[in-house]
Ligand binder design. Structure first.
Ligand SMILES: [Cu+2]
Length: 518
């Protein structure tokens, strides 16, 4: 069946089932096909741009140990392509300010919610005090309501690139523009071997005329997630940066999209992979492109040898996108790092750290998760792709809501799912967790699985052992794959694990675990 036939087939099945159920229940509440429905369950988020200020460009804010910083989420407007639309911003910026701190420092963020929806501030990847993790019902008792504020006390035990975003209705608030980076620097580090550093925050936004609006009581696009049709780097659709000929440029990639997996590439350059979510790799690696799932981070060094314009692209079997461009001038920088760039370096500290963990690599599996879904849909895909790069069924997807679809994390030992799953870990122990993404589920697709407050290693993917380790907080589990991770229970607290596709999270794909003192 080709895509179009498949769409009609699935759509037909979906409507028949849905209308039949609605008739049977004599309950029209779950129906939202009629856009003028005035039922309060169907209330939309405002799309007004009246009296709003335009968004500002992100700035870097350097915070000293002990400092307090005020972060305000508010409503702004932004022109993207030809359209001016309502957006959310942190301190008026999309992305929010880049918060730069040194490793080991403590800062306070006074978060003020001036939006019209509930918020929290989740600091993704930080091994922080769980009370300031922004997960409602665990560390944080209630969301920060419009007009309210909350002081988050953050600590930064690990160098690297992290990010902050809301942990309430991410499918709406994060898509509206609420995301920003933390850069955690090592104060002891000497001069670094690159000419320029550029943060690259990847996102997409749906500005199609057929796009469904956002509703207050549920997420739509709950099958594949809300794919955008306009690609953004650092919040804009026409990103451009200038570098000099011969420059080695360090790019810090973060994927903040609701669901889109990017395959990042800059053709005709040499690119070297340096770091991932929460650490450097043991060994640098030459790469042609990087697959980066929602919430993952990667750091790469890129050499621009010749003058010219280099498109920044996202590649997939479905479609290639130009995300932005790098303009290489004919000027030359004072220092050249080409010689160092051309060598592959080992990170001795990281190798030593991994050496200490290796005795746990062959331990038995502690926990087994299955990734699956409950939905009114006949399984139709015979050979599902490993990654859904695009929304191939937008009509159906747009009408699937978080009330129709339950994405599931299923504990294979207890047979419990989602928030009924609760694991107890002891601080200082390592736990081997196997995560299997069922290719025969009713809608097989990839899931980026995130563990809060801890870090882990990806030991193997479908039996193929990893040979170059990096500390991670999110792993992309592709369709049909079994990924084995080794979770280091290092940070006491009540934590959450979930799929980082925003609509899947809103559709229930989350569970909890505790880390307790031994
Ligand atoms: Cu998912």
């Amino acid at each position: 069946m080709n895509y179009i036939n498949k769409t009609f087939f699935l759509l037909g099945f979906f409507f028949i089932t849905k209308f039949a159920l609605a008739y049977e229940n004599k309950n029209a509440h779950s129906m939202h096909m009629n856009k003028s429905d005035s039922n309060s369950n169907e209330e939309k988020f405002s799309e007004s741009i009246k009296n709003l200020n335009f968004v500002k460009k992100a700035q870097v804010v350097k915070l000293k140990d002990g400092e307090t910083f005020i972060l305000i989420a508010s409503i702004v407007k932004q022109k993207i392509g030809g359209q001016t639309i309502r957006r959310y911003a942190y301190n008026g910026m999309i992305p929010g300010p880049i918060i730069e701190v040194t490793k080991g420092s403590h800062v306070k963020i006074k978060f003020i919610n001036q939006t019209d929806s509930d918020q929290t501030l989740h600091s993704h990847g930080l091994r922080l005090d769980y009370r300031y993790d922004g997960a409602v019902g665990l560390g944080q008792k209630a969301p920060v309501k419009p007009g309210e504020s909350f002081v988050y006390e953050l600590k930064f035990p690990d160098t690297g690139v992290y990010w902050y975003h809301p942990h309430v209705r991410e499918d709406y608030s994060q898509d509206m523009g609420l995301y920003g980076n933390y850069f955690v620097k090592d104060i002891a580090k000497k001069e670094e071997p690159f000419n320029k550093q550029i943060p690259i925050v990847l996102d997409d936004i749906l500005l199609d005329k057929n796009a469904q609006p956002f509703y207050k009581n549920y997420a739509n696009y709950a099958a594949m997630g809300r794919f955008g049709n306009v690609m953004l780097i650092n919040g804009i659709s026409d990103f451009s940066a200038d570098v000099n000929k011969g420059d080695v440029v360090r790019l810090y990639l973060t994927n903040t999209a609701n669901t889109r997996t990017f395959q990042f590439a800059i053709p005709n350059t040499k690119m070297k992979l340096i770091a991932g979510d929460a650490s450097s790799f043991e060994k640098e690696e030459w790469v042609k492109s990087i697959i980066i799932a929602p919430s993952e981070r990667y750091t790469v060094d890129v050499l621009f040898e010749k003058e010219g314009i280099y498109p920044i692209q996202s590649l997939s079997p479905e479609k290639n996108y130009n995300l932005g461009k790098i303009k290489v001038t004919n000027k030359k920088s004072k220092n050249s790092y080409i010689k160092i760039f051309n060598e592959i370096h080992n990170d001795k500290d990281m190798i030593a750290e991994i050496e200490k963990v290796k005795p746990y690599f062959d331990k038995p599996i502690d926990k087994k998760l299955l990734l699956t879904v409950k939905m009114e849909m006949e399984h139709a895909e015979e050979n599902p792709p490993k990654i859904e790069w695009e929304d191939t069924m937008p009509e159906m997807n747009s009408m699937m809501t978080s009330k129709d679809v339950v994405w599931e994390l299923l504990d294979l030992d207890t047979k419990k799912t989602n928030m009924d799953v609760h694991w107890n870990f002891k601080k200082g122990n390592y736990y081997k967790i196997s995560i299997f993404n069922d290719p025969k589920s009713k809608h097989p697709m990839q899931h980026p699985i995130h563990f809060h407050g801890q870090r882990f290693l990806v030991l193997s993917t479908s039996g193929i052992k990893n040979t170059n380790f990096v500390w991670k907080d999110t792993v992309l589990v592709k369709t049909g794959d079994t990924v084995e991770i080794l979770l280091e229970a290092s940070n006491v607290g009540k934590w959450m694990s979930h799929c980082h596709i925003a609509e899947h999270l809103t559709s229930g794909m989350m569970m909890t675990f505790d880390v307790e003192e031994k």
